[in-house]
Design a protein. Structure first.
Length: 318
């Protein structure tokens, strides 16, 4: 499935891409129940099946099964019925009728892995880590597709970093790499925006401050569920700035793959549904270029990951 959080009429909803548009999963699930079992069953399902991503992830296998059934129900409607639904129903929306948000708009934890591409460690002049280098972002940093990245007034060295993000689907603690992948809900594009002057220079280096300005963690456009046919450890990944490719690599360059990262993190902390893990960035970042290239007002940054999609965000001065 290709899941998303979207906004319509001021409300955030859980959806799935289908047929060139977006299915409202809760409404579609209730419609299927209404047709099959009547109004009482549909009302009961509305109380059990969530309309938001975090509750959906906490719903586990049952929620996934209901979502798949809802998509099958809409897919099985006659073509004429689908045409009537497009743009005129709470079951199905055209793209222009919705606003995409980050797939998980308010994660409980945002954990980031630094220097996790061998070639990026080399361009940074740092040794390849022997264990994951970690830092965190917070909920205030999260924005969705097409939302603006806001440049701080006190930083002129804001950098781009394309990243694969995986989202935890089940709580886990002290799991092995061999068992780790069963705890992944899915994957999305992430942008680890970084104020390098704060991160590397000010006050002797302020990693937390450099990474946690408002809007510094765009994510989207969808959450591709882990049962989809993509290999998270072999995905082409790019950052395109104003139409120019700045980063172009593959997650095959990971120092620590997804399973190894979960093993390490889960021995430190309990990972919970909706936690978002940024997996590091490939080479080509702005501060390592000669001369350096930093984000400026009016720029447009795109994070592209094959099999997931394109996360596009304009850049605006604070």
């Amino acid at each position: 499935m290709r899941l998303l959080t979207f906004e319509t009429a001021g409300r955030q909803r859980l959806g799935a891409e289908w047929g060139g548009g977006v299915i409202d999963l809760q409404n579609a699930a209730c419609a299927a129940e209404l047709v099959r079992y009547g109004i009482a069953a549909a009302a009961a399902l509305a109380d059990r099946f969530p309309s938001d991503m975090l509750a959906f992830l906490n719903g586990g296998a049952h929620a996934r099964a209901v979502a798949n059934d809802a998509i099958d129900f809409v897919s099985g409607l006659p073509d004429g019925a689908i045409d009537l639904l497009k743009g005129n129903s709470a079951l199905f929306y055209r793209e222009e009728q919705i606003r995409r948000r980050a797939p998980v708009p308010r994660p409980g934890k945002i954990v980031c892995v630094g220097l996790n591409y061998r070639d990026h460690a080399a361009e940074s002049g740092m040794p390849v880590p022997t264990e994951p280098v970690l830092f965190c972002k917070y909920g205030n940093t999260v924005i969705g597709p097409n939302d603006p990245i806001i440049l701080p007034k006190t930083s002129d060295q804001v950098d781009y970093e394309a990243e694969l993000v995986f989202v935890i689907g089940k709580s886990c603690r002290s799991v092995s790499a061999a068992d780790a992948m069963q705890y992944v809900a899915g994957y999305t594009c992430g942008h680890d925006v970084s104020a390098r002057d704060y991160q590397l220079k000010r006050g002797g280096g302020q990693w937390m401050v450099g990474k946690t300005w408002d809007t510094f963690a765009p994510m989207g456009p969808v959450l591709v569920t882990a049962d989809s046919e993509i290999d998270p450890n072999a995905l082409p990944i790019r950052c395109v700035l104003n139409g120019q490719v700045m980063q172009n690599s593959t997650t095959a360059q990971f120092v620590f793959n997804v399973a190894q990262t979960i093993e390490y993190l889960s021995h430190v902390m309990t990972l919970e549904p909706g936690d978002c893990i940024f997996t590091g960035t490939p080479p080509g970042v702005g501060f390592a270029r000669k001369p350096p290239i930093f984000l400026r007002d009016g720029d447009v940054a795109e994070i592209q990951i094959d099999g997931i999609g394109v996360l596009r965000n304009p850049v605006k001065a604070g």
